[in-house]
Write a protein that binds this ligand. Structure first.
Ligand code: KG4
Ligand code: ZN
Length: 350
């Protein structure tokens, strides 16, 4: 008996990246991503502008992904799209596009959960983690620890109760007067700094959950006190001028200390999750896994605690359609198709 290859076309539009990908038998042949620069001057993503940019980008991006994969529309077996969670206007553009294409080509539709796709980005390249594995997903909108039993069976065992890890990086950067998104800049300055110089408090959150909002507040007070005696309390002893001067003179050490605290919060919970579940195959996912401090601490923890560690290539860590395509592929194999009446939702349970 001869098996035909399974070809999936996937689109991702949950936030501010418009992306399309073609995947054949679990191999990603293209992963085209259009970044939206329109938000830069606003210091964050503007939902309405994101939806409009998706509408402009979606057709050329899908065209580019199909061409790059050297594929034709008639060879596509199913269309996968990000159904949730995300910005509703952005999700709707990709969702409506996917539905229209599925209807016109008379092909099945596959609805993908964006956070599950981040986890399954770890199945794109060799070596792949074996099941079950743990995944720490760290992005601008989410921070979760997930147990993944199979490509279609996952459970969240810990998550943030307030800000996401990426938000913690971006908000800290904003307090330092750095532009959005500040995460990569904190990473850059941290490389030259002393991470032990300023000891930001570690939040005491039970279970496997995270909290980053207290860290943001302690950084705010610390800067308002211009680092005098390492105060993290609401004292406000410094003038605006003193604060700026303090930041300018100590930027690398402040960034290294902030990064160190965020990374230790993440790694400590991951360690706890591994002990509690007895799982030693451990993955990272999401845009913050680009952080050099986190990568280093993750690899070091792996050596120390005998973990098998996995991190997807950078293009599959930030928002991308390749991860939607690989998830679509496994859902196709499991026969998990969506009806054309499926609706996009900003929030979604697992
Ligand atoms: O996964 P992602 O691309 O988009 C979301 O789904 O949110 O993650 C974006 C987040 C931003 O908060 C950004 O500052 C952060 O990832 N980020 C970093 C680094 N690169 C991206 N944070 C710290 N260090 C980095 N090198
Ligand atoms: Zn994401």
């Amino acid at each position: 008996m001869q098996f035909m290859p399974v070809t999936i076309l996937a689109v991702e539009s949950s936030c501010d990246e418009t992306s399309a990908s073609v995947c054949v038998d679990g191999k990603i042949l293209s992963n085209y991503i259009a970044n939206q620069t329109v938000h830069e001057k606003y210091g964050g993503v503007v939902p309405e502008l994101a939806s409009r940019a998706h509408m402009q980008n979606i057709v050329p991006v899908v065209d580019a992904a199909i061409k790059e994969a050297n594929c034709q529309l008639k060879n596509i077996d199913a269309i996968a799209f990000t159904q949730a969670p995300g910005l509703i206007g952005s999700l709707l553009v990709g969702g409506q596009f996917a539905k229209s294409l599925a209807l016109s080509l008379n092909k099945p539709l596959i609805a993908v959960h964006h956070m599950q796709a981040h986890v399954l980005a770890n199945l794109i390249a060799e070596p792949k983690p074996s099941f079950p594995f743990l995944c720490l997903t760290v992005s601008g909108g989410h921070t979760q620890i997930v147990v993944c039993e199979s490509p279609t069976s996952m459970k969240v065992i810990g998550e943030t109760i307030d800000d996401a890890a990426g938000e913690a990086f971006d908000k800290s950067a904003k307090l330092l007067g750095l532009p959005y998104p500040g995460g990569p800049l904190i990473d850059k300055y941290a490389k030259e700094g002393d991470a032990t110089r300023f000891k930001f408090p570690e939040p005491q959150i039970p279970d496997l959950n995270f909290s980053f909002s207290g860290l943001k507040t302690s950084i705010l007070y610390f800067l308002q006190n211009a680092g005098k005696s390492n105060l993290f309390k609401e004292e406000f002893t410094a003038t605006e001028e003193e604060k700026k001067e303090f930041i300018n003179n100590n930027l690398a050490d402040i960034c290294a200390s902030i990064q160190h605290r965020i990374v230790t919060i993440l790694i400590n919970k991951l360690k706890k999750a591994s002990i509690e579940t007895g799982i030693y195959n451990i993955c990272l996912a999401g845009g913050v896994s680009a952080n050099s401090g986190l990568r280093k601490a993750f690899e070091e923890a792996g050596k120390k605690y005998h973990w098998q560690t996995f991190i997807p290539a950078f293009e599959y860590c930030t928002d991308n359609a390749g991860m939607i395509a690989i998830t679509g592929y496994y859902k196709f194999l499991a026969g998990q198709f969506a009806d054309l009446s499926v609706s996009s939702t900003a929030r979604a349970e697992w």
